[in-house]
Design a binder for this molecule. Sequence first.
Ligand code: SF4
Length: 227
Amino acid sequence: MDRAVLIREVYDRLLAHLGPQGWWPGDGPFETIAGAILTQNAAWANAEKALANLRAAEAMSWPAIRALPEEELALLVRPSGYFNAKARKLKAFADYMAGRGDTLDGTSGAKELRAELLAVHGIGPETADDIVLYAAGLASFVIDTYTQRIVDRLGIAPERRSYDAYQALFEDALPADAPGYNEYHALLDAHAKAVCTKREPRCGACVLLDLCPTGAARSPGPGTRSP
Ligand code: SF4
């Protein structure tokens, strides 16, 4: 099956099986962006503890982050790990937002915003796409380790296994649609957590089994044995 057709088929099957995920992280752009930075190399539960500290300190805005001494900010975000580096990243992002009047409104497009974000200290491709999609509401497909795992197991990994090549797989196959990208990303994460797990994927219970060479190799068939 053609890669683009397969990508659309996977979406249709996961949506039919799991239903709409209704996933929109963060309560407003500030929390979404700060959360995307704080969850780098950290479990979301720990990023949430750092956000709770910021909330308790009444520091849930870019002007408030600019006003806080960096050492104080580092102590507040300590639960998310790498707290000195993350305080520096939040400060850098707050400075960037000052130049935009503390809003992402007025952006000319997803690609333009993404390029701007990648130039800010501490913002890599996944964080940039989180911000473009979830904070600005523009179409930029988010790639994470769950998505990469499923793509690899489906046997459609791009030749050059870069973040941008994985993203192009999806963006070339799908219309540029922010709610659709959000839904697909959430479905992939749900599938990776529940079925296509890192160890011992539950291929026998997978709605993608007949599309998946990894699943075929793991499942017993006529005259075959499971590995
Ligand atoms: S068949 Fe197995 S390896 Fe393939 S997507 Fe499903 S759970 Fe993952």
